[in-house]
Design a protein around this ligand. Structure first.
Ligand code: DX5
Ligand code: ZN
Length: 223
């Protein structure tokens, strides 16, 4: 099963409620919420207060991606705001395990991410404790960049590792995904696809989503 998670970063921030409704009606599965602190990444976006304001207006799975230093400080806030999945970055904290355990203790799915410069092996100690892994396919900080194809080798490595160790987690890819390259990601083993500009900036988001699903179906992962 492929899940599509449009990144709110590409939405019209003056009209979030309607923009979210538009993609929800177009048939997405999750809503990807990029939280940036201007320190872990050189950009700022929004935090828990914005997420709690939009929570009553959407039934989508809230897929919160924390690009912030020391995320453990804010897990409680994002839990209260209505997150369903919380992703932390391996590079953002001294003890990722503590943050992942705290996320799970709140009844939220824990997930861990790495940026393109971080080797995939850094994730291995945490794979038993997560429901999802997010592989950044661009350098985090900004929407609208081009996917770095080499990052998909990490998706393949994760799938191999999961099989060898009988582990089960989703693999999300984030950055530069669109109909043209979704097949490369699904063939590598990704099953949660973030797409910000490709979906929010489309005139007809339903057509883009349909074509993404069709191409994903035609390019399945084969172990
Ligand atoms: C980048 C964010 C991404 C990004 C995706 O730091 O994590 O979620 O907004 O946007 P597009 O699909 O436009 O690359
Ligand atoms: Zn993201």
């Amino acid at each position: 099963m492929i899940y599509i998670s449009p990144s709110l970063l590409a939405a019209d921030f003056a009209d979030l409620k309607n923009d979210i409704r538009r993609v929800e009606e177009a048939g997405v599965d999750y809503l990807h919420l990029d939280v940036m602190d201007g320190a872990f990444v050189p950009n700022m976006s929004f935090g828990a207060p914005v997420i709690s304001c939009i929570r009553p207006h959407s039934k989508l799975v809230f897929d919160v991606h924390l690009m912030i230093n020391d995320p453990i400080r804010y897990i409680e806030d994002f839990a209260k705001a209505g997150a369903d999945i919380i992703t932390i970055h391996e590079e953002s904290c001294e003890e990722p395990q503590k943050a992942l355990d705290l996320i799970r203790s709140k009844g939220i799915k824990p997930s861990i991410s790495i940026s393109p410069a971080t080797p995939v092996e850094k994730l291995y100690p945490y794979l038993e404790s997560v429901e999802m892994v997010l592989i950044m396919t661009v350098v985090p900080g900004f929407g609208g960049q081009s996917l770095i194809p080499e990052t998909l080798d990490k998706v393949r490595a994760l799938r191999r590792y999961a099989k060898e160790h009988d582990l089960h987690f989703d693999v999300e890819v984030d950055g530069g995904l669109k109909p043209d390259n979704i097949g490369l990601a699904t063939e590598a083993g990704a099953n949660v696809i973030v797409a910000g500009s490709a979906i929010f900036l489309a005139k007809d988001p339903a057509a883009v989503i349909d074509s993404m699903r069709k191409i994903a179906d035609e390019h399945p992962y084969r172990a």
